[in-house]
Design a protein around this ligand. Structure first.
Ligand SMILES: Nc1ncnc2c1ncn2[C@@H]1O[C@H](COP(=O)(O)OP(=O)(O)OP(=O)(O)O)[C@@H](O)[C@H]1O
Length: 243
């Protein structure tokens, strides 16, 4: 089966001459559909760069990135924009909802941007799935942080994307709410055969994933299946993350 996301020998270089930073250095990995993957590593190891390159938010310096078999390097800017709108969902630490729009309109926004009219029943179904039935007409400011992140997850799912990318999606939430959001992401993956790739600093968050990829100095240095928070924390300590 075609992986949801595949990177082959991906290198990303920032800067030039004396100030060159090799943020990704020959990264190859295949993320199967229907899995939840966490990306961990010390500060500066390349996690955000990995996420941005894998999601088509940033171009790679060399190597290839494929989403569901589409080589992103072969797409022009319009093609890349279309792919990001239709085939990729994003969930950020800061929720990034539009304050003036209702929950229903926030959730339908990716479809509108893609030139489609959001189907009310579909929006209602997604809102129910994320535990927000009855909040369709609320505005973001009327919701708790956890509820706002649920709206962001619903918005990420509305296009039925090949993959949802999360950048510290629980970083702004209290522990209990973070656990609920992680449980929701895990359920989405397992019930809908969705695919989630999440960058996190938190070993407990990573333990909700099926697989953890460990980055150090722009390379994948380890991979852990069925992770436990303790196992992930121990691995991070060996990488010098908390030295
Ligand atoms: N736009 C940029 N210009 C120059 N260097 C950059 C840029 N973005 C990232 N870098 C460098 O690339 C390397 C990897 O950065 P990246 O942000 O991907 O790491 P990270 O693991 O996400 O870090 P953190 O956990 O601190 O967010 C770092 O050395 C960083 O300084």
């Amino acid at each position: 089966m075609t992986p949801a996301v595949r990177l082959d020998s991906v290198t990303k270089i920032y800067g030039r001459s004396a100030n060159v930073v090799r943020a990704l250095d020959g990264v190859s990995t295949a993320i199967p559909s229907g899995t939840f993957t966490a990306v961990m590593g010390p500060s500066g190891s390349g996690k955000s760069t990995f996420l941005h390159c894998a999601a088509g938010l940033d171009r790679v310096s060399s190597g290839t990135v494929r989403i569901g078999g589409t080589d992103l390097g072969e797409l022009n800017e319009n093609g890349l924009t279309r792919l990001r709108r239709r085939r990729v969902g994003f969930v950020f630490q800061a929720f990034n909802l539009v304050p003036s729009l209702t929950v229903r309109h926030n959730v339908g926004l990716p479809l509108r941007l893609a030139g489609q009219r959001p189907n009310r029943a579909r929006v209602a179904e997604i809102l129910e799935r994320v535990g927000l039935a009855g909040k369709a007409e609320a505005r973001p400011a009327e919701l708790s942080g956890g509820q706002q992140q649920r709206v962001a997850i619903a918005r990420a799912l509305i296009t039925d994307p090949d993959v949802v990318f999360g950048d510290e999606p629980t970083g702004a939430l209290d522990t209990v709410t973070a656990r609920e959001i992680l449980g929701l992401l895990r359920d989405v993956v397992h019930e809908r055969q969705g695919t989630v790739v999440m960058v996190t600093h938190d070993p407990v968050a990573a333990s909700y994933a099926d697989t953890v990829l460990f980055l150090a100095d722009g390379r994948i240095v380890d991979e852990m299946s069925a992770p436990t928070a303790e196992g992930v924390a121990e691995r991070m300590t060996h990488l010098g993350a908390w030295a």
